[in-house]
Design a binder for this molecule. Structure first.
Ligand SMILES: [Zn+2]
Length: 113
């Protein structure tokens, strides 16, 4: 089961696809105005937990962390969602399209006020 998670290497995936991962360390929330919100479900997960970030890369990182937490808890719906992502990742083209669409979706969101 652990293999499923390990093979989702988001960072190298994003790098390969020329997204810039320049994540500030520490408490982003206190320093930067939070602009946009996406849910776990919108990001290929399984629940309605909300993530807030200014960039798609940041929100991707947050959903990854959350997915790992849920994975460790053995949450069934998240395991299922991750398996589906895993299927998607078998094709780099499909995966790239998925990321592209999500990024568009994120950028199209209204800013949080
Ligand atoms: Zn979730």
């Amino acid at each position: 089961m652990v293999g499923v998670l390990c093979s989702i290497d988001w960072k190298s995936f994003l790098k390969r696809n020329k997204f810039h991962l320049n994540l500030p360390k520490g408490k982003i929330i206190n320093k930067t105005r939070i602009m946009k919100t996406m849910t776990c479900k919108q990001l290929g997960g399984a629940c309605s937990k909300e993530f807030h970030a200014n960039t798609f890369e940041e929100i991707g990182e947050m959903s990854k962390q959350h997915a790992m937490d849920m994975f460790q808890k053995g949450d069934e719906s998240h395991l299922k969602a991750m398996n589906e992502m895993q299927e998607l990742m078998k094709s780099p083209k499909t995966m790239k399209e998925w990321f592209g669409n999500k990024k568009k979706e994120f950028n199209a969101l209204p800013d949080n006020k």
